[in-house]
Design a protein around this ligand. Structure first.
Ligand code: 26V
Length: 825
């Protein structure tokens, strides 16, 4: 904290509060008003830091340091006030300001709505990265869209998910700084004409007509915690380029008069939910183009201001594609350089490839983006020409490198020519475009990066092996340990000093002390307090009382078949049946270890199977939780409307973290890291970053089960038959049978037929094959949990092993391997 920031915060807060209260002094302020005033006060202090950071970064030319531009359709920021106060070192002062108002800081913090502008892992990772950009002092901009509504708010009615708009800005947006001077036109539609005067086949083209929408910048400032640096999230708002259509207005046609305003506005309405919704939404492609064009115009204008020309743009700027969603960026940059700044194709291409890099976040084939050529023709005709030209050069180079292999050309082409069953509809492959235009491509955990190279990107990796890398994900310890778990943070300070707050690798110091009985007791006390906090939240939200002495077994993430929430539910049913059959003795002859299984997560609105799984969880919970024979030994709870803030309460309270995806399907996972950092043990498959976590903490400290990725592949190749597993495992048979005969659906045998049929005849994610091993591991979990000290020791070893999983380390690796000038070769 600087000496001036205390009085400044006080003054700014008082002034903002007076503004919030308006004309009626004497009326006690609402918590919402206090929150907004506190946010505005922090924003003023952050704005000073922003100016200083920009001034410093503008001097970087001499050092040749590159500025990073992180393009992402999603930033899942969550709440900001707690983080801002901690970063400014002003949390205590704010508490003092609130005392005369009779308010607790925690009450005010809870009034802030989550900025939930993301689906899940990819969006939250982007938010953690912004935090690390600031902390590492990296010259950078995050670029995104200012969605009016987050994804959706999840309600549960009769056990079923219902969606409603998440109107997160309805009480204002106190963090935003509008940048009136950062405003750019973005064109859609129209046509491309030749300008006879200039060169070759691609130059001399001009894109005219269509509609022009203005992109207006709104900045959100993210502070460092150990310096006065900040990073910026610049989010674009679409605005009509002209006010109402006056002649339509005069004719009394008001809807027509406002048509183009509504069309512009619609660009910012929704964040598209997940990959499982039906493809072919034109508005989504428009959003992607809008993000890319506004962001690149902004970058080019800044570079031009700083350096006077664009010759070194590629050397001094990194443009990072967070998945393929902003994959139009290379085409847009080529357009700007060739059409607007008269660079030759070759010059522009060198600049573009120097700048661009791309991260893949999923191997799921349904999530690999492609767009109909037809849609491009209508919306982005000039970009389509440029993509054709990029493809032409690329395929020529491939044909030279591998002569005579037309099948290879067909496979790697940026344009998918289609097949008889797609009616030969031609499509643009966004991953191909991203790879061809990048100097670096990476996956997000070692296994995932290896699988990218061996499977979906094998052809490209053979052509350009030096391009493909791994950068394992990480999470920001500021939010996920310091802010979420003050109890554990204080305990760490006391036992290993405060250095871990700046350098998470220092958590390793805890390893030597994990056997210390005093430390173990303290750890268990902290965990117990966190569990009580979660139990209180469950009681408040849902009613049921859960026992904080029971083992908290938690799975929170998007609902997806590959993540296998269904396997978790099958285990709950198996345990329920076992308890009913033998209430006094678990299979090892000892008393049952009481368990509370907690699940939370949203299903994409069009993803029927995921929604059915949510319903099954509720049906099973109702039956299990109300059966007197269970006697408190097992509870199942589904917490609605999962999001960042809810995660901050849930994660510190977990004993057991469920990371049970089919091996080879979860690219990395980042929740897995947050749990382990907070002293939960993991039950998990050999998948994604679970593998590297196990290696870092020692495999013996994780409950690893199930088939490995290569086994999964082999079994599928041999012809997988889930029925065999049901036939030979009585417990599994009984579980599936209970779902099928309506035991959880009031006798309605139809309700879960889709699930039962899937498990019996298809089971694409091999739940049947992994079931027995999973249930056996869960018994090992119980056995360890009975021995409190041994459990605490393992949990402490988990924490000690997590130092490497800070997003600060991840970003340092990106800087070194992906964004450095050296990576350009
Ligand atoms: C695809 C699409 C397609 C169009 C509609 C909107 C939409 C939204 C998201 C996606 C892909 C999501 C990919 C994703 O979130 N992957 C997750 O990335 C995490 C961070 O790298 C990683 O930890 C998770 O394992 C991975 O599932």
């Amino acid at each position: 904290m600087t000496t001036t920031s205390r009085p400044r915060l006080q003054t700014a807060f008082k002034a903002a509060l007076a503004r919030e209260l308006g004309q009626t002094p004497g009326v006690p302020p609402t918590k919402e008003a206090v929150f907004r005033a506190a946010a505005q006060a922090c924003r003023e202090l952050l704005a000073d830091r922003w100016v200083a950071t920009q001034a410093a970064d503008n001097q970087r030319g001499a050092t040749g340091a590159r500025r990073v531009h992180y393009l992402s359709m999603e930033f899942l920021m969550g709440r900001a006030l707690g983080n801002a106060l901690a970063a400014l070192g002003l949390d205590k002062l704010m508490q003092e300001q609130l005392e005369p108002l009779g308010l607790e800081l925690s009450d005010v913090l809870e009034r802030e709505p989550d900025a939930a502008l993301g689906n899940g892992g990819l969006g939250r990772l982007a938010a953690c990265f912004l935090d690390s950009f600031a902390e590492l002092g990296l010259p950078s901009f995050g670029y995104g869209l200012r969605y009016q509504y987050g994804m959706f708010a999840q309600g549960i009615e009769g056990g079923r998910q219902v969606e409603s708009p998440d109107d997160w800005m309805k009480l204002g947006a106190p963090w935003e700084v509008i940048r009136r001077e950062r405003r750019y036109p973005v064109r859609f539609g129209g046509r491309v004409v030749s300008e006879s005067s200039t060169m070759g086949s691609v130059g001399g083209r001009r894109w005219i007509g269509g509609e022009v929408v203005m992109a207006q910048a709104y900045d959100f400032i993210v502070p460092a915690h150990h310096s006065e640096r900040v990073s910026t999230l610049r989010q674009w708002q679409a605005e009509a380029s002209s006010p109402i259509d006056f002649s339509a207005f005069c004719r009394g046609e008001y809807l027509e008069a406002a048509r183009h305003r509504v069309l512009a506005d619609a660009l910012n309405w929704v964040l598209y939910p997940d990959d499982s919704t039906e493809a072919g939404r034109e508005l989504r492609l428009k959003q992607e183009a809008f993000l890319v064009s506004a962001s690149l115009q902004d970058l080019v204008a800044r570079h031009q201001r700083e350096f006077g020309n664009l010759d070194d743009l590629g050397r001094l700027n990194a443009i990072h594609l967070n998945d393929t969603h902003p994959a139009l960026a290379p085409a847009e940059l080529m357009r700007i350089l060739v059409d607007e700044h008269a660079y030759t194709w070759e010059q522009a291409w060198t600049i573009t490839r120097q700048a661009v890099s791309y991260t893949n976040h999923t191997l799921m084939p349904e999530a690999l983006e492609t767009w109909p050529v037809r849609m491009f023709e209508q919306l982005l005709p000039r970009h389509l020409e440029i993509i054709y030209e990029i493809n032409h050069h690329f395929l020529e180079a491939v044909a030279r490198a591998v002569p005579g292999d037309t099948e290879l050309l067909r496979r790697v082409s940026i344009i998918d020519e289609g097949s008889p069953h797609t009616g030969y509809e031609r499509r643009v492959r966004m991953a191909a475009l991203s790879i061809v235009a990048s100097h670096r491509v990476n996956g997000v955990a070692q296994l995932h990066s290896d699988l990218c190279v061996q499977t979906i990107f094998a052809d490209y990796a053979r052509l350009y092996p030096e391009r493909f890398h791994n950068v394992t994900n990480g999470v920001t310890p500021r939010r996920w340990l310091q802010q979420a778990n003050p109890g554990l943070s204080g305990l760490l300070d006391g036992h290993i000093g405060k250095g871990w707050r700046k350098n998470l690798a220092e958590l390793a110091k805890l390893g030597k002390k994990a056997g210390d009985a005093g430390l173990q007791k303290e750890f268990l006390a902290v965990k117990r307090a966190n569990k009580e906090r979660l139990a209180a939240l469950i009681r408040k939200q849902l009613g049921p009382v859960v026992n904080p002495d029971s083992l908290f077994d938690i799975q929170i993430k998007r609902i997806h078949e590959y993540k296998r929430q269904l396997l978790n539910i099958l285990h709950v049913i198996a345990r329920y049946q076992a308890i009913v059959a033998s209430p006094d003795r678990a299979p090892d002859g000892k008393a049952w270890v009481p368990r509370t299984v907690i699940i939370a997560g949203k299903a994409a609105s069009a993803y029927h199977m995921a929604k059915l799984i949510i319903q099954l969880a509720h049906d099973v919970a109702r039956v299990v939780n109300s059966d007197p024979r269970v006697g408190g030994k097992l509870k199942l709870v589904f917490l609605p409307n999962y999001g960042v803030s809810l995660a901050e309460t849930i994660i510190p309270a977990a004993d057991l973290s469920e990371q049970i995806s089919t091996a080879g399907t979860e690219a990395s996972g980042t929740g897995n890291m947050k749990f382990a950092m907070n002293g939960a043990l993991t039950i998990g498959t050999w998948d994604g970053a679970n593998i590297e976590m196990a290696q870092a903490m020692g495999e013996e400290n994780m409950f690893v089960f199930g088939l490995r990725a290569e086994d999964v592949q082999r079994i599928k190749d041999l012809g997988y038959d889930p029925r065999l597993y049901q036939e030979e495992n009585h417990q599994l048979k009984a579980v599936v049978h209970a779902i099928a005969d309506g035991s959880f659906s009031g006798g309605d045998a139809e309700r879960y037929r889709a699930i039962v049929d899937n498990l019996t005849y298809r089971d694409g994610y091999l739940l049947m094959a992994d079931f027995a091993d999973y249930v056996a591991k869960q018994l090992e979990v119980d056995a360890l949990y009975r021995k409190k000290a041994a459990w605490a020791e393992r949990a402490l070893r988990n924490v000690a092993g997590m130092g490497w999983f800070s997003s600060d380390r991840t970003i340092a690796e990106y800087v070194e391997r992906v964004w450095s000038a050296e990576s350009l070769g």
